[in-house]
Design a binder for this molecule. Sequence first.
Ligand SMILES: C[S@@+](CC[C@H](N)C(=O)[O-])C[C@H]1O[C@@H](n2cnc3c(N)ncnc32)[C@H](O)[C@@H]1O
Length: 383
Amino acid sequence: MDAYYSPPSIAEAVAGALTVAPANVLDPSCGGGELLRAVADRFRLPRVFGVDADESAVRSVRTRFPEWIVSRGDATSSKSLSRTRVARLLGACDAMVINPPFSMNRQRRVVTVTDDGELSSSQAMQHLIVACCEFEPAHAIAVLPESLLYSELDGAARRWLQNTYELTVLAELDPDAFGGARARTHLIRLERAARPQVPRSAREGTQPGARRALAVRRGSLQMFRAQPGRVPLLHTTDLIPTLTAGAIVASRRVRSVGSGQTAGYFVLVPRVGSFPREFRVSLMHSDSPVQLSDCLFSIEFFSRSDGHRFVREVRREWDSFIGLLRGTGAAYVTLARLRAWIAENTSFEAFSVGPKRRSGESTRPSNSACQRNRPRLDVAAGS
Ligand SMILES: C[S@@+](CC[C@H](N)C(=O)[O-])C[C@H]1O[C@@H](n2cnc3c(N)ncnc32)[C@H](O)[C@@H]1O
């Protein structure tokens, strides 16, 4: 089972690489629990979660740290992980530490099924991607073999991972650090890209079946104030069928107005006007900020799988969703009405982010440009 446990020096390096105190920590192949202990000690963390396939390791960690939640499970199988007590109690995973088994046991490759299809990889990479799929940690510090960073075998999985995480190599570790197993390993940081700024308390549902969080952001650029600049603009009228090779193609670039910008995984909803016949709610992605006109809302997700789930749920309630835009004059939807609809019709809880509406500011569309031009939200998407 590749039980080359981390010595204290490596565990301290892993804990030290976490720059902000996390709300909880998980190791999906925790062995003797050394990585978890180092993080728990450094940040005085009460919420500590471990999984391992080795029954004796699980028993011994439970004995040494009775306050931790430790489960036996196969970390290469989402199904096995999802059935563990850890998965039931963890809620949103803030930090993951991982030093997975490296050896391939005479296999040349292993195959993992993700939302986006099958990925071939090394075993170490499989451990990493299954844990990222299942627990979607916001941050992770990983001890990984050098090959995972450069090999062709792990190329597709690396690109898949980089859709959601920014990978940074922090250090090359001493090849003799792991006792009997000499290996070139690196300390890697994974940071989930562009997370919505939902309050931490909202992300820490510990109840089974807790609602997942998303963020709703209102666009802010009034079109008559738009100045040419560098930031791609999304507006109901000039939104072009979108993702080309994963990047948003916007017909205009504008000067940033400092608010009402979206990034990461998101869905656009017109704030005013009506839903055109060809509109299909779709998941979009941008690594860098996109300026939203004040005719749009962006619904932002913590992960691609959350976004796909939301899109599926909205499509199931399509008639009710397009009924959201209404009004005696021009049709419009308010932030409060959108949030209430999300709470009633989906498994998500919506938080608003970005600047608050100023008192006295109307929720009704102020900009007749939003109404004059029928929205053309024929969005191509990652769903
Ligand atoms: C290299 S050790 C690391 C242990 C611990 N994270 C540390 O750094 O000290 C790898 C661990 O993975 C566990 N393991 C191997 N295959 C596993 C699987 N399919 N699911 C969960 N754990 C597994 C082993 O039992 C072992 O404890």
